[in-house]
Design a protein around this ligand. Structure first.
Ligand code: 5GP
Length: 206
């Protein structure tokens, strides 16, 4: 029963919430996992690597992926297109891995409607809006305009926390990582209804 095919863990929350640092911190403690690399039309930032942080494409290539039904979900975030490739996610799930998604609230809705059976979702947030602003300022990778847009979006996204299974307030990185680790480990134990039915049939036959 513990060997059922993979599971999904959706992580959402404003940029600056600490999602990437948290994933790095728990990476060695949650078993085999696959971090879904999204495709995006947003310009590559300093320090980012194509194929590692995102697959960076132009609008035309993105539209081709949509037409060919290559996405599990896609959305416009801060004016750029983002999408989750179906193929690599399917492969990872078939290999029994935990698939991690860093996607926005629209993506969470879409993933839940297609893979709700095996999906656990977590919203990660800094303790307050002003702390988020401070973190973005410290990181200083954004123009004033982009930062304003991130804060505006954070205020909108926070209204939808109740759509998530869990919320982590990331005030202390070690404590938040410990909670995320527990959630990731239990996400792997989520049982799809298909497996439950199979188990009941086999159990009754014994
Ligand atoms: P950033 O440009 O800062 O890397 O990401 C901006 C936002 O886009 C984040 O909230 C992130 O979670 C979201 N995002 C990244 N990839 C995807 C995706 O494939 N689908 C959706 N729906 N959102 C994504």
């Amino acid at each position: 029963m513990n060997n059922h095919s993979g599971a999904v863990l959706v992580l959402s929350g404003p940029s600056g919430a600490g999602k990437t640092s948290l994933i790095k911190k728990i990476a060695d403690e949650i078993g085999e996992y696959y971090f879904s690399i999204s495709t995006t039309t947003r310009p590559i930032r300093d320090g980012e690597v194509d194929g590692v942080h995102y697959h960076f494409v132009n609008e035309e290539e993105f539209k081709k992926d949509i037409a060919e039904d290559n996405f599990l979900e896609y959305a416009v975030v801060h004016g750029n297109h983002y999408g989750t490739s179906l193929k690599s996610v399917r492969e990872a799930l078939n290999a029994g891995k935990l698939v991690l998604f860093d996607i926005d609230v629209q993506g969470n809705t879409a993933v839940n409607s297609r893979l709700g059976d095996i999906t656990t979702s977590v919203f990660i947030t800094p303790p307050t809006l002003s702390k988020l602003k401070q973190r973005l300022l410290d990181r200083s990778t954004d123009t004033q305009e982009v930062m304003e847009s991130r804060l505006k979006m954070a205020k909108r996204e926070i209204q939808r926390i109740s759509e998530y299974d869990y919320m982590i307030v990331n005030e202390n990185l070690n404590e938040a990582a410990e909670v995320l680790k527990l959630i990731a480990l239990s996400a792997k134990m989520k049982i799809p209804s298909e497996d439950i039915n199979k188990f009941i049939q086999e159990w009754e036959d014994i």
